[in-house]
Design a protein around this ligand. Structure first.
Ligand code: PLP
Length: 264
Protein backbone atom coordinates (compact mmCIF):
# COMPACT_ATOMS: atom_id res chain seq x y z
CA UNK A 1 0.00 0.00 0.00
CA UNK A 2 1.39 3.40 -0.88
CA UNK A 3 0.37 6.98 -0.45
CA UNK A 4 1.72 10.00 -2.30
CA UNK A 5 4.59 10.78 0.07
CA UNK A 6 5.06 14.23 -1.43
CA UNK A 7 1.75 15.31 0.04
CA UNK A 8 1.06 15.46 3.76
CA UNK A 9 -2.09 13.48 4.60
CA UNK A 10 -5.16 15.36 5.81
CA UNK A 11 -5.58 15.29 9.58
CA UNK A 12 -8.73 13.77 11.03
CA UNK A 13 -9.53 13.59 14.74
CA UNK A 14 -12.03 11.23 16.35
CA UNK A 15 -13.46 11.89 19.81
CA UNK A 16 -15.17 8.64 20.79
CA UNK A 17 -15.16 5.40 22.75
CA UNK A 18 -12.72 2.50 22.48
CA UNK A 19 -14.08 -0.91 21.37
CA UNK A 20 -11.81 -3.63 22.78
CA UNK A 21 -13.05 -5.98 20.03
CA UNK A 22 -11.74 -3.62 17.36
CA UNK A 23 -14.95 -3.44 15.33
CA UNK A 24 -16.53 -0.07 16.21
CA UNK A 25 -15.65 3.15 18.01
CA UNK A 26 -12.13 4.58 17.92
CA UNK A 27 -10.75 1.45 16.29
CA UNK A 28 -13.20 1.61 13.35
CA UNK A 29 -12.56 5.34 13.06
CA UNK A 30 -8.78 5.00 12.79
CA UNK A 31 -9.02 2.11 10.31
CA UNK A 32 -11.38 4.14 8.12
CA UNK A 33 -9.06 7.14 8.18
CA UNK A 34 -6.08 4.97 7.28
CA UNK A 35 -7.98 3.31 4.44
CA UNK A 36 -8.99 6.69 3.00
CA UNK A 37 -5.49 8.18 3.20
CA UNK A 38 -5.87 10.44 6.24
CA UNK A 39 -3.75 10.69 9.37
CA UNK A 40 -6.08 9.58 12.17
CA UNK A 41 -5.88 10.96 15.71
CA UNK A 42 -7.94 9.86 18.70
CA UNK A 43 -9.28 11.52 21.81
CA UNK A 44 -10.68 8.70 23.96
CA UNK A 45 -13.84 9.63 25.87
CA UNK A 46 -14.72 6.19 27.23
CA UNK A 47 -13.37 2.66 27.26
CA UNK A 48 -15.74 -0.22 26.55
CA UNK A 49 -15.16 -3.87 27.41
CA UNK A 50 -16.71 -5.29 24.27
CA UNK A 51 -16.73 -8.29 21.94
CA UNK A 52 -18.90 -9.72 19.18
CA UNK A 53 -21.63 -10.51 21.72
CA UNK A 54 -22.08 -6.99 23.07
CA UNK A 55 -20.77 -4.40 25.52
CA UNK A 56 -19.94 -5.98 28.87
CA UNK A 57 -19.14 -2.65 30.55
CA UNK A 58 -17.82 0.85 29.99
CA UNK A 59 -15.87 3.48 31.89
CA UNK A 60 -15.82 7.20 31.07
CA UNK A 61 -12.67 9.23 31.26
CA UNK A 62 -12.75 12.27 33.55
CA UNK A 63 -13.73 15.45 31.64
CA UNK A 64 -10.29 16.97 32.37
CA UNK A 65 -8.61 13.97 30.68
CA UNK A 66 -10.74 14.44 27.57
CA UNK A 67 -10.14 18.18 27.59
CA UNK A 68 -6.37 17.63 27.94
CA UNK A 69 -6.29 15.23 24.97
CA UNK A 70 -8.20 17.75 22.84
CA UNK A 71 -5.88 20.58 23.87
CA UNK A 72 -2.78 18.49 23.15
CA UNK A 73 -3.89 17.61 19.63
CA UNK A 74 -5.41 20.93 18.62
CA UNK A 75 -2.73 23.22 20.12
CA UNK A 76 0.09 21.54 18.21
CA UNK A 77 -1.02 19.27 15.37
CA UNK A 78 -4.44 20.68 14.50
CA UNK A 79 -7.14 18.88 12.51
CA UNK A 80 -8.75 19.28 9.07
CA UNK A 81 -11.94 17.59 10.28
CA UNK A 82 -13.27 16.21 13.57
CA UNK A 83 -15.68 13.33 14.19
CA UNK A 84 -17.46 12.59 17.46
CA UNK A 85 -18.94 9.25 18.51
CA UNK A 86 -19.68 7.74 21.93
CA UNK A 87 -19.49 10.54 24.54
CA UNK A 88 -21.24 8.65 27.35
CA UNK A 89 -22.27 11.46 29.73
CA UNK A 90 -23.55 15.01 30.05
CA UNK A 91 -20.18 16.20 31.40
CA UNK A 92 -18.29 14.77 28.41
CA UNK A 93 -20.82 16.06 25.87
CA UNK A 94 -20.49 19.54 27.39
CA UNK A 95 -16.67 19.36 27.54
CA UNK A 96 -16.35 18.29 23.90
CA UNK A 97 -19.01 20.71 22.64
CA UNK A 98 -17.23 23.65 24.31
CA UNK A 99 -14.10 22.88 22.29
CA UNK A 100 -15.99 22.21 19.05
CA UNK A 101 -17.78 25.56 19.36
CA UNK A 102 -14.38 27.25 18.93
CA UNK A 103 -13.06 25.29 15.91
CA UNK A 104 -13.44 26.32 12.27
CA UNK A 105 -13.00 22.90 10.63
CA UNK A 106 -15.88 20.58 9.67
CA UNK A 107 -17.37 18.57 12.54
CA UNK A 108 -19.24 15.29 11.97
CA UNK A 109 -21.39 14.26 14.95
CA UNK A 110 -22.54 10.63 15.22
CA UNK A 111 -25.07 10.94 18.09
CA UNK A 112 -24.36 7.45 19.43
CA UNK A 113 -27.02 6.23 21.85
CA UNK A 114 -27.01 2.42 21.95
CA UNK A 115 -25.07 -0.35 20.22
CA UNK A 116 -26.63 -2.82 17.78
CA UNK A 117 -26.94 -5.24 20.67
CA UNK A 118 -29.00 -2.67 22.59
CA UNK A 119 -26.28 -1.71 25.07
CA UNK A 120 -26.53 1.89 26.29
CA UNK A 121 -23.54 4.05 25.31
CA UNK A 122 -24.99 7.44 26.33
CA UNK A 123 -26.65 8.20 29.66
CA UNK A 124 -30.31 9.07 28.84
CA UNK A 125 -30.07 12.38 30.73
CA UNK A 126 -27.21 13.45 28.39
CA UNK A 127 -29.66 13.78 25.47
CA UNK A 128 -30.48 17.32 26.59
CA UNK A 129 -26.83 18.36 26.22
CA UNK A 130 -26.57 16.59 22.86
CA UNK A 131 -29.56 18.63 21.66
CA UNK A 132 -28.62 21.97 23.17
CA UNK A 133 -24.81 22.20 22.88
CA UNK A 134 -23.43 19.41 20.68
CA UNK A 135 -25.73 19.45 17.63
CA UNK A 136 -25.30 23.22 17.04
CA UNK A 137 -21.55 22.58 16.49
CA UNK A 138 -22.16 19.95 13.79
CA UNK A 139 -21.40 20.47 10.12
CA UNK A 140 -23.11 17.10 9.60
CA UNK A 141 -25.04 15.00 12.13
CA UNK A 142 -25.71 11.34 11.28
CA UNK A 143 -28.60 9.94 13.37
CA UNK A 144 -30.22 6.57 12.71
CA UNK A 145 -33.98 6.31 13.08
CA UNK A 146 -33.80 5.30 16.75
CA UNK A 147 -31.61 8.34 17.48
CA UNK A 148 -34.03 10.60 15.55
CA UNK A 149 -36.82 9.37 17.81
CA UNK A 150 -34.71 9.95 20.95
CA UNK A 151 -33.65 13.44 19.85
CA UNK A 152 -36.92 14.74 18.40
CA UNK A 153 -39.78 12.33 19.14
CA UNK A 154 -40.35 11.86 15.39
CA UNK A 155 -40.98 8.21 14.50
CA UNK A 156 -40.21 7.21 10.91
CA UNK A 157 -41.97 4.10 9.62
CA UNK A 158 -41.25 4.37 5.90
CA UNK A 159 -39.25 6.41 3.44
CA UNK A 160 -41.91 9.11 3.22
CA UNK A 161 -41.13 10.09 6.83
CA UNK A 162 -37.45 10.86 6.25
CA UNK A 163 -38.00 14.51 5.30
CA UNK A 164 -40.02 15.29 8.45
CA UNK A 165 -37.29 13.62 10.52
CA UNK A 166 -34.59 15.65 8.79
CA UNK A 167 -36.49 18.91 9.42
CA UNK A 168 -36.93 18.08 13.11
CA UNK A 169 -33.21 17.34 13.58
CA UNK A 170 -32.19 20.37 11.48
CA UNK A 171 -34.18 22.57 13.90
CA UNK A 172 -31.69 21.57 16.63
CA UNK A 173 -28.93 23.53 14.89
CA UNK A 174 -26.63 21.35 12.75
CA UNK A 175 -25.69 22.66 9.28
CA UNK A 176 -26.52 19.36 7.53
CA UNK A 177 -28.53 16.32 8.66
CA UNK A 178 -27.98 12.81 7.29
CA UNK A 179 -30.87 10.57 8.34
CA UNK A 180 -29.81 6.93 8.08
CA UNK A 181 -32.87 4.98 6.95
CA UNK A 182 -31.05 1.65 6.70
CA UNK A 183 -33.46 -0.08 9.06
CA UNK A 184 -36.55 0.70 6.97
CA UNK A 185 -38.11 -2.09 4.90
CA UNK A 186 -36.94 -2.31 1.28
CA UNK A 187 -33.77 -0.86 -0.16
CA UNK A 188 -31.79 1.23 2.37
CA UNK A 189 -32.41 4.97 1.79
CA UNK A 190 -30.66 7.88 3.51
CA UNK A 191 -31.66 11.53 3.31
CA UNK A 192 -29.21 14.45 3.45
CA UNK A 193 -30.78 17.85 4.14
CA UNK A 194 -29.49 21.37 4.88
CA UNK A 195 -32.81 23.15 5.35
CA UNK A 196 -33.26 23.71 1.60
CA UNK A 197 -31.48 21.12 -0.49
CA UNK A 198 -32.21 17.41 -0.11
CA UNK A 199 -30.23 14.49 -1.51
CA UNK A 200 -31.37 10.87 -1.35
CA UNK A 201 -28.86 8.04 -1.30
CA UNK A 202 -29.85 4.46 -1.96
CA UNK A 203 -27.70 1.36 -1.90
CA UNK A 204 -28.31 -2.31 -2.56
CA UNK A 205 -28.93 -4.20 0.68
CA UNK A 206 -26.26 -6.75 1.50
CA UNK A 207 -27.40 -9.92 3.15
CA UNK A 208 -24.58 -9.86 5.71
CA UNK A 209 -25.14 -9.82 9.47
CA UNK A 210 -21.55 -8.81 10.20
CA UNK A 211 -22.16 -5.06 10.34
CA UNK A 212 -20.60 -4.04 13.67
CA UNK A 213 -19.09 -0.57 13.37
CA UNK A 214 -21.18 0.64 10.42
CA UNK A 215 -22.21 3.97 11.96
CA UNK A 216 -18.71 4.82 13.23
CA UNK A 217 -17.25 3.93 9.83
CA UNK A 218 -19.73 6.09 7.92
CA UNK A 219 -19.19 9.17 10.10
CA UNK A 220 -15.40 8.76 9.97
CA UNK A 221 -15.49 8.34 6.20
CA UNK A 222 -17.54 11.56 5.87
CA UNK A 223 -15.00 13.39 8.07
CA UNK A 224 -12.10 11.96 6.05
CA UNK A 225 -13.60 13.03 2.72
CA UNK A 226 -14.36 16.50 4.12
CA UNK A 227 -10.70 16.73 5.23
CA UNK A 228 -9.69 15.70 1.71
CA UNK A 229 -11.57 18.76 0.41
CA UNK A 230 -14.93 17.35 -0.74
CA UNK A 231 -18.10 19.34 -0.10
CA UNK A 232 -20.75 17.78 2.15
CA UNK A 233 -22.95 16.08 -0.51
CA UNK A 234 -19.89 14.63 -2.28
CA UNK A 235 -18.30 13.53 1.01
CA UNK A 236 -21.52 11.77 2.06
CA UNK A 237 -21.88 10.09 -1.36
CA UNK A 238 -18.31 8.77 -1.29
CA UNK A 239 -18.58 7.75 2.37
CA UNK A 240 -21.76 5.80 1.57
CA UNK A 241 -19.93 3.93 -1.18
CA UNK A 242 -17.09 3.15 1.20
CA UNK A 243 -19.37 1.86 3.95
CA UNK A 244 -21.44 -0.18 1.50
CA UNK A 245 -18.26 -1.97 0.40
CA UNK A 246 -17.17 -2.37 4.01
CA UNK A 247 -20.52 -3.98 4.92
CA UNK A 248 -20.35 -6.34 1.93
CA UNK A 249 -16.89 -7.39 3.17
CA UNK A 250 -17.94 -7.75 6.84
CA UNK A 251 -16.67 -11.00 8.32
CA UNK A 252 -17.49 -13.35 11.23
CA UNK A 253 -15.57 -12.87 14.45
CA UNK A 254 -16.27 -14.47 17.83
CA UNK A 255 -19.68 -16.04 18.39
CA UNK A 256 -21.79 -12.98 17.60
CA UNK A 257 -21.82 -10.09 15.11
CA UNK A 258 -18.56 -9.51 13.25
CA UNK A 259 -17.20 -6.18 12.01
CA UNK A 260 -17.29 -4.42 8.67
CA UNK A 261 -13.98 -4.68 6.83
CA UNK A 262 -11.92 -1.65 5.90
CA UNK A 263 -10.00 -3.07 2.96
CA UNK A 264 -12.13 -4.37 0.13
N1 PLP B 1 -18.86 0.69 20.75
C1 PLP B 1 -18.50 1.94 20.58
C2 PLP B 1 -17.34 2.45 21.38
C3 PLP B 1 -19.20 2.74 19.68
O1 PLP B 1 -18.85 4.01 19.50
C4 PLP B 1 -20.29 2.20 18.95
C5 PLP B 1 -21.07 2.94 17.98
O2 PLP B 1 -20.96 4.06 17.71
C6 PLP B 1 -20.63 0.91 19.15
C7 PLP B 1 -19.90 0.17 20.05
C8 PLP B 1 -21.79 0.29 18.46
O3 PLP B 1 -21.50 -0.14 17.20
P1 PLP B 1 -22.58 -0.97 16.44
O4 PLP B 1 -23.90 -0.34 16.72
O5 PLP B 1 -22.19 -0.83 14.99
O6 PLP B 1 -22.52 -2.38 16.91
Amino acid sequence: MTRNQAQAPPLVLTVAGSDSGGGAGIQADLKTMLALGAHGMSVIAAVTAQNSLGVQGYWELPPEAVRAQLDSVLSDIGADAIKTGMLASTALVETVAAVLAEVTVPVVVDPVGVSKHGDTLLAPEALDAVRSVLLPTATVVTPNLWEVDQLTGVKVVDESGLREAAEAVKALGPRWVLIKGGHLPGEPADLLFDGEREYRFTAARHDNRHTHGTGCTLASAIASYLALGEDVPAAVGKAKEYVTGAIAAGFPLGAGIGPVDHFW
